[in-house]
Design a protein. Sequence first.
Length: 280
Amino acid sequence: MKNIITSLLLILCVSGVALAQRTEQQLLRNVIQTLPNSLEISYLIKDVGIKFRKNLLNPISHARSYHSDAKQALNLGVYSTDLGYINIYHDTPEAKSQAFLHLTAVKRMADSLRCTELFNFEVIQRLVTHSDDLDSLFKITNDIFAKLDNRFNEQKKPELSLLSLTGGWIESMYLTVSMDLEKPNKILTHEIIEQKLVLEQIEALLSFYESKPYVHQLINSLKKLHEAFAEIKTSRQVTKKRSDGTLIVEEKKAQIPKKTLQRIFKEITILRNQIIQPDK
């Protein structure tokens, strides 16, 4: 995760003028490559001893009700994240039976976005339902997002890559914060703290496409979540004087008060529900 944050900080150093001169797509590709894979989040959840919870997933019945490209792209990210979460628990009967259903939902989104051929669903199904070869699944999911980015650029709809990425990130945060509230754990809490910077990067990228109504609406919806993350007490150095007069520097690590975590969960749930709600 340190490498991820370092890469994101480097991205921040790009000048505003350069960003205005056609670097939006390179920035998007950099963020796609450096954001944590949804499988990483799922690993952490299982490692802290939390059982599989089907009720947290986006219902597959919703998949046939997303009609706009924006909703389909967002929920391609959501369903893909859910599939990663399911895969980590593939040795349990409930998760194993759910894997095929969610794979079908991912395929429906891919069909709607006219990019089905980018997914090798036979290989993905085998890995999700029968294999512990998670490195291969990591590689496949990363390759798919890279191909999706190219396809959406060819279609002159580059914002769809970002929407898919954002949908997946929001679902990852929904799962992570849900679990941390259910069973507090320092590892999950640290992961949530790191996402404060990731959210800022996503907001910056979305701003390039703010003229599109659905992106503008998403940016406005993210503002309250941003405000909730702003309540996190960040790391800082504190200088103290010993009794002998010498000075020492102590590192005060970032913390999330329970009240702040609850607010983050409230805002991420509202945002997530807006995304997964079927179109009228």
